[in-house]
Design a protein around this ligand. Structure first.
Ligand SMILES: Cc1cc2nc3c(=O)[nH]c(=O)nc-3n(C[C@H](O)[C@H](O)[C@H](O)COP(=O)(O)OP(=O)(O)OC[C@H]3O[C@@H](n4cnc5c(N)ncnc54)[C@H](O)[C@@H]3O)c2cc1C
Length: 437
């Protein structure tokens, strides 16, 4: 049975203790009336997922995270654990080996994972958000069978390779090329700052297939490919100087004339840019939900400290300026959560959500950086060390303000939407709503 075994058994056992009496489903046939849209109750399946992931992260990861972060160790056992729970394929349809849960469940899982450490949520962002959903939406049945199924089952791990030494925000500035040669494409180029670069089995790679269009910076000359680590000419390494998300793996890979069969091209030739941007719509959603969990972690650690530390004869939580920082965290947590839930609800309805997902990602990641900085401030000198987790939270928070669209890129996007300079046009392919699974 492909569907998350653990979620199923929790539901069979009558749900979790947290489960509500009247589950208010957000999946099922599309509903449009305002009352239902304003219903933010989690259903039984959502609560079961939330509890399951929360318990897993607290039991399997939290006890070792400080040590692994300090030693820069990526613990592969976490992948096994996430695979056994069914989380790696959480919103992939059951017929492709996934758990078939909706996108709110995915967001909840990301929030719970990042509550413990950003490195856990990053796994979901690249494996599920950027890679697997791209295969689900754009892949052929043969590609889904060969790659999506083992990825959803947690038997293979996947990531996404867009960024290069000379191009990040400016995706059209990449140099990697894919030259057609008989039944294959021959891929050459280097990608860096790639999450799970040394761990993943499969890579979604964006490269130029049309040199003339490259010269004109016409993004319809880009194509997307599924590249296996095992293909000859593929090489990867670690980025050892990274100072955040240290319990995660981040690295580079090089392709030296890697022969990729034409059947591994995702989508049509020339659709690489659209696929790269589609992938970001899903990856950013996981980042937004995760950053929301990080704000909650900052709030909880800050409240704990503010209730135990005393100065001038009272708990520091009694001082107005400390209250201000805690209040900001509370506000930012609630705002960020509503924003990612809205984006998730749009995904559940199969509606375009590039604008809403960008807003959720932008607001939550910037707020998480502020929350982590204030959490250190509340801890005073104790926060300025690895003795307490808030320093790790701050180091981790910064990455998400850079990847999957920097703060500045999302600022420009939101301004352009408001000004009417940017409009989302219909795409050939969209993320299937859960009821279509
Ligand atoms: C921990 C981590 C994990 C990552 N994982 C992945 C991954 O798995 N796969 C992947 O493909 N990439 C990954 N990345 C790369 C990431 O997506 C890029 O770093 C990001 O897109 C920014 O690109 P850049 O670093 O080249 O910065 P640049 O694009 O060079 O930007 C530098 C600065 O200029 C600003 N800037 C750029 N253009 C504009 C503009 N038009 N207007 C205003 N300001 C502008 C930026 O906001 C930024 O402040 C990861 C990065 C990190 C840190």
């Amino acid at each position: 049975m492909a569907r998350s075994r653990a979620v199923y058994s929790a539901l069979r056992a009558g749900g979790t203790e947290a489960a509500g009496k009247e589950p208010a489903r957000t999946t099922g046939k599309a509903r449009g009336d305002l009352a239902e849209r304003l219903n933010f109750d989690l259903n039984e399946e959502h609560r079961a997922t939330e509890s399951l992931v929360r318990e897993f992260a607290a039991r399997e990861v939290a006890p070792h995270i400080r040590e692994n972060d300090a030693a820069k160790v990526f613990d592969r056992a976490i992948l096994t654990g996430l695979g056994e729970l069914g989380i790696l394929g959480i919103s992939v349809p059951e017929r492709y080996g996934g758990a078939g849960l909706d996108y709110i469940s995915l967001g909840l899982a990301c929030e719970e994972l990042e509550y413990v450490d950003t490195s856990l949520r990053v796994i979901m962002s690249v494996h599920a958000g950027l890679n697997s959903f791209s295969l689900l939406a754009w892949g052929s049945e043969a590609q889904k069978d060969r790659y999506l199924r083992p990825q959803a089952e947690g038997k293979q791990i996947a990531t996404y390779g867009l960024t290069e030494p000379d191009a990040g925000s400016d995706a059209v500035g990449i140099r990697a090329t894919a030259r057609r040669d008989g039944p294959d494409y021959v891929l050459t180029g280097e990608k860096h700052w790639i999450s799970l670069a040394e761990i993943a089995d499969n890579f979604l790679v964006i490269a130029w297939t049309d040199p003339d269009k490259r010269a004109r910076r016409d993004h319809s000359g880009l194509s997307a490919f599924i590249v296996e680590r095992s293909f000859p000419g593929f090489e990867s390494g670690n980025m050892t100087h990274k100072w955040g998300i240290r319990a995660g793996n981040t690295g580079w890979f090089r392709m030296h004339d890697v022969r990729v069969p034409a059947e591994n091209r995702l989508g049509d030739e020339g659709e690489g840019f659209k696929i790269a941007m589609f992938a970001l719509d899903q990856g950013r959603y996981t980042v937004a939900a995760g950053a929301t969990g990080l704000i909650r972690a900052c709030r909880d650690e800050s409240v704990r400290w503010a209730r135990s530390r005393t100065t001038f004869g009272q708990e520091i939580g009694r001082h107005q300026l400390v209250k201000q920082m805690i209040a900001n965290m509370e506000r930012d947590y609630e705002v960020s959560r509503l924003l990612w839930l809205r984006a998730g609800e749009l995904k559940n309805r199969g509606r375009r959500n590039t604008r809403e997902t960008s807003l959720a990602k932008w607001v939550s990641t910037v707020a998480s950086e502020r929350a982590a900085s204030d959490a250190i401030q509340i801890h005073g000198s104790y926060g300025y060390s690895d003795e307490y987790p808030v320093g790790r939270f701050w180091r981790n928070s910064k990455g998400a303000v850079i990847y999957e669209g920097t703060r500045e890129i999302h600022t420009l996007m939101q301004a352009d939407y408001a000004l009417g300079y940017r409009r989302d046009r219909p795409t050939r392919v969209s993320l299937p709503a859960p009821e279509e699974h």
